[in-house]
Design a protein around this ligand. Structure first.
Ligand code: BG6
Length: 460
């Protein structure tokens, strides 16, 4: 593996994402020995004029209970303040990074610079220009400069392409890591293994056996505290176009075979009370809930509806993939009404996979009942910690492994799917249906599911 000095620069260091996700992920990597304090230095950069200790105090509470290790980790962090579009700040930052590199590098060591943009996308272009101009690793000894960015990558196809072009002029695709943290979740990473390492699934994974697939994201809270951001984007841009779509297709080829969304195959919702938030406009049409049916036009999936569903302020917090199989031909036990076979992958909370299947009801009678084969991670892998998505993805950026990041062509294909619908919503052509906070969402969504062939199982 590579050795030498590693500088991790968190831009937007005083913001929410950095505090809640980026620094804690770095701390956990440090605790597990992935960040060697002889090599690593962390820089926080933001506009706020605060001291190193001020920044440390701001993030301390998010790191953990082990005061001694937390303190040691915090000592690795230095803060530099400056604006996002002026050279002065970035030159100062470069000076600090270089000083650290000079103090740490042995003759054969190389310099690695990882820039993590925990920032709103509007400042990506100026920040990238400044990094390119002032802060690249130019060491003769080798090394690299890498840039990590977060969604939203644009607001529609055109703005996303524009952003990609601006950043693409500055950096090679190999230097760019577009994070979608759903790709770092344990059970999402498990999908390819499940699919290709199990004889169970190989012959079944197609239109002949699968009736429909649902990818569902529910939150049991609203947009409290971030209404202003959310209202500009809405649930499709916040969750469906990225997180759920990434789960659907870990391959870009599938994305390019998605047909245009049909007029009668989506339902939009907005929870009652959403507009009471003072940062949300009174007339807002922004959906906080959406169910969208995608159709994949290829040999394997033609005719199988892929239902992407996401909502805020619903009855539960859950993310899952639910694969429903077709009816058993013949149905000699007359048990079809009890429900179909399903394979469910629960991404969170309480990671699990289970299969719904029909068994004989134990006892003297010959009757059937729906039961479950259940693999719950908490029970099966007791004591094995499941890494946070961000932890794993940041480690990948250090190792130079881009497979769990969003490629530029993938991003384009994802925007192509949703842009026509998003434009109609933005134009005010589409009014979301109102739903009660704490409910399942608009009833029209359940009706749509039934219409495209989802058969609800008892007890679900
Ligand atoms: C973020 C969205 O990307 O993902 C949030 O902006 C959402 O609205 C969050 O709450 C959900 O992430 P997780 O990991 O809690 O499912």
């Amino acid at each position: 593996s590579e050795s030498g000095c590693l500088s991790i620069i968190v831009l937007g260091a005083s913001g929410d994402l950095a505090k809640k996700k980026t620094f804690p992920a770095l701390y956990h990597l440090y605790r597990q020995g992935f960040l060697d304090s002889n090599e690593v230095h962390i820089f926080g950069y933001a506009r706020t004029k605060i001291s190193d200790d001020d920044l440390r105090d701001r993030i301390r509470g998010y790191l953990g209970k082990d005061a001694e290790h937390v303190s040691k980790f915090l000592q690795l962090i230095k803060y530099v303040s400056g604006s996002y579009d002026s050279e002065d700040g970035f030159q100062l930052l470069d000076k600090e990074i270089s000083q650290h590199e000079e103090s740490k590098n042995s003759a054969e060591g190389s310099s690695r610079r990882l820039f993590y943009l925990a920032l709103p996308p509007s400042v990506y272009p100026p920040v990238c220009r400044m990094i390119k101009k002032c802060c690249m690793n130019n060491s003769d000894l080798g090394g690299w400069t890498r840039i990590v960015i977060e969604k939203p990558f644009g607001k529609d196809l055109e703005s996303a392409e524009n952003l990609s072009a601006q950043i693409g002029e500055l950096f090679e695709e190999a230097q760019l890591y577009r994070i979608d943290h759903y790709l770092g979740k344990e059970l999402v990473q498990n999908l390819l293994v499940l699919r290709f390492a199990n004889r169970f699934f190989l012959p079944l994974w197609n239109r002949d056996n699968i009736a429909n697939v649902q990818i569902v994201f529910r939150e049991d809270f609203g947009t409290e505290g971030r209404g202003g951001y959310f209202d500009e984007y809405g649930i499709i841009r916040d969750i469906i176009q990225n997180h759920l779509l990434q789960v659907l297709c870990l391959k870009v080829k599938v994305l390019q075979s998605v047909l245009p969304i049909q007029d009668n195959e989506f339902v939009l919702g907005q929870y009652e009370g959403y507009r009471d938030d003072p940062t949300v406009p009174d007339q807002s049409n922004t959906p906080t809930f959406a169910t969208v049916v995608l159709r994949i036009h290829n040999e394997r999936w033609e005719g199988v509806p892929f239902i992407l569903k996401a909502g805020k302020a619903l009855n539960s917090r859950k993310a899952e993939i639910r694969v429903q199989f077709k009816d058993v031909p013949g149905d000699i036990f007359k048990c079809q009404k009890q429900g179909r076979n399903e394979f469910v992958i629960r991404l969170q909370p309480l990671e699990a996979m289970y299969m719904k299947l029909t068994v004989k009801q134990p006892g003297l009678e010959m009757s059937t009942v729906q039961s479950e084969l259940d693999l719950s991670y908490m029970q099966r892998y007791q004591g094995v910690p499941i890494p946070e998505a961000y932890e794993r993805l940041i480690l990948d950026t250090i190792r130079g492994d881009q497979q769990h990041f969003v490629r530029r062509d993938e991003l384009k294909a994802a925007w192509e799917i949703f842009t026509p619908l998003l434009h109609r919503i933005d134009n005010g052509e589409m009014k979301p249906k109102e739903y009660q906070p704490g409910s399942r969402g608009p009833v029209e969504a359940d009706e749509l599911l039934a219409k495209v062939g989802y058969v609800q199982t008892h007890g679900y």
